[in-house]
Design a protein around this ligand. Structure first.
Ligand code: HOZ
Length: 425
């Protein structure tokens, strides 16, 4: 196999930036991305035969680690019967039953192919149901790359300096109201300023795309109350947090009942999947029952759903959330201890198997405070970790993810490496 450098040189000729999603590029940390030829458990094996302890976990889906034998076997079994039918298949019913069982706010669900499709479709459904056009999102929250949502967006849009993407018509952007996260007064003021015009509020209940940011006590409940009061829908984007923070996602942990929920990542077991669901009366506005159109040739794909169902059943069987939280706390404590020893002001927001590392003295509670993190120092930390065998997301504004496969030697070694990397900064 060619080296990562040789493969990247070829990719640069034919693929914009050499990557099929900007978050994979190393432009904000410097250097060039490595290519991966295989992944097992907590480990990536690069084209250059390096073994890296992976905290990207394919950007969230790999909660059981890479290439889990149960998921692999489920895909192989499904493959025996074909790859796509273009008609309903039994996996779709089983997946819907599992989602509805674990996420009680979801009474009906529609499968699609990515988190972007899920959020885009949920927004259209909210607009169709309420017959209103405006939506509210929060600065730094990233909900995929549809036009209405690429405004003050996090993730790669922020990492690469384009939180307001070019190509989004001004007329679309005008319908998106952007507010600071964790600011209840701003939310109430926006509803007061646009009476009867706001279709929905969409948020990452726990932010993961500007780094991890957790809601202040009472913030989500205030969001639920103000949307209900004004006849707007509350949409939780749980593409990252669904089945990761708890089986029922953030909404289970925080006891909030949103009107619609967007899912993805874990429910595909590593294959491309998205889903959105919620109150039956709202979901029944979708075609063919209702006037809101949404569709997809590969939606409910048997391979993807077989993988996702196997992953969800494993979560049901193992209930690994306390173990994952212990791993997250071990990592957070190690990083904070090393930073303290170095005299380096550092924040490590962590919840369960999600974490971020911000080099700042300012507690991070929204987009503005996230930007106080020293991105140049993060880049040095990133490379110091990578040189020693730990792969973090190549951005100061992404979440890190843990899997059950990190338990044992991988987490111990990673904590040691991250501590050394901090000492060297
Ligand atoms: N939500 C993921 C990153 N924050 C998406 C990964 C991607 O854009 O490729």
């Amino acid at each position: 196999m060619q080296s990562s450098d040789a493969l990247f040189a070829r990719a640069l000729q034919l693929i914009p930036g050499g990557v099929n999603s900007p978050v994979r590029a190393f432009r904000s940390v410097g250097g060039a991305p490595f290519f991966v030829k295989a992944a097992r458990g907590a480990t990536l094996i690069t084209a250059d035969d390096r073994e890296l302890i992976d905290f990207v976990c394919t950007w969230g889906p790999a909660i059981h680690g890479h290439n889990h034998p149960v998921i692999k076997a489920a895909i192989a079994a499904a493959l025996e019967n074909g790859t796509s039918f273009g008609t309903p298949n039994p996996y779709e019913v089983e997946m819907a039953e599992l989602i509805v069982k674990f996420v009680p706010s979801i009474q009906k669900v529609r499968m699609c192919n990515s988190g972007t499709e899920a959020t885009m479709s949920a927004i259209r459904l909210a607009r169709g149901f309420t017959r209103r056009d405006k939506i509210i999102k929060f600065a730094g929250c990233y909900h995929g790359h549809s036009d209405s949502l690429l405004i003050k967006a996090g993730s790669g849009a922020l990492t690469h300096g384009h939180p307001d993407s070019a190509g989004v018509p001004a007329a679309f952007a005008r319908e998106t109201i952007v507010l600071p996260y964790n600011d209840t007064a701003a939310l109430a003021a926006a509803f007061a300023a646009h009476p009867g015009q706001i279709a929905c509020v969409i948020l990452e209940a726990y932010c993961g795309n500007v780094g991890v940011i957790l809601p202040d006590a009472g913030y989500l409940a205030a969001g639920r109350a103000v949307t209900a009061q004004h006849g707007a829908l509350l949409i939780f984007d749980e593409v990252m947090t669904g089945f990761r923070i708890a089986k029922g996602g953030v909404q289970e942990r925080e006891h909030i009942v949103p009107d619609l929920t967007c899912l993805g990542k874990i429910i595909g077991g590593g294959l491309p999947v998205g889903a959105f669901g919620g109150r039956a009366d709202i979901m029944d506005y979708l075609a063919p029952l209702g006037p809101v159109y949404q569709a997809g040739t590969l939606s409910g794909n048997p391979l993807a759903l077989a993988a996702g169902i196997a992953g969800l059943r494993l979560l049901e069987e193992l209930n690994p959330y306390a173990r994952l939280d212990a791993l997250g706390r071990q990592l957070r404590d190690a990083v904070l201890a090393a930073a303290r020893a170095k005299g380096l002001p550092t924040q490590v927001p962590q919840c369960g198997s999600m974490f971020s590392i911000f080099f700042t003295a300012t507690p991070v509670r929204d987009y503005t405070t996230a930007l106080t993190g020293d991105a140049k120092l993060f880049a040095r930390f990133f490379h110091a970790c990578l040189a020693r065998g730990v792969y973090l997301a190549p951005s100061a504004y992404e979440a890190g993810f843990l899997s059950t496969a990190h338990e044992g030697p991988a987490i111990d070694r990673a904590c040691e490496i991250m501590s050394q990397a901090i000492a060297e900064l």
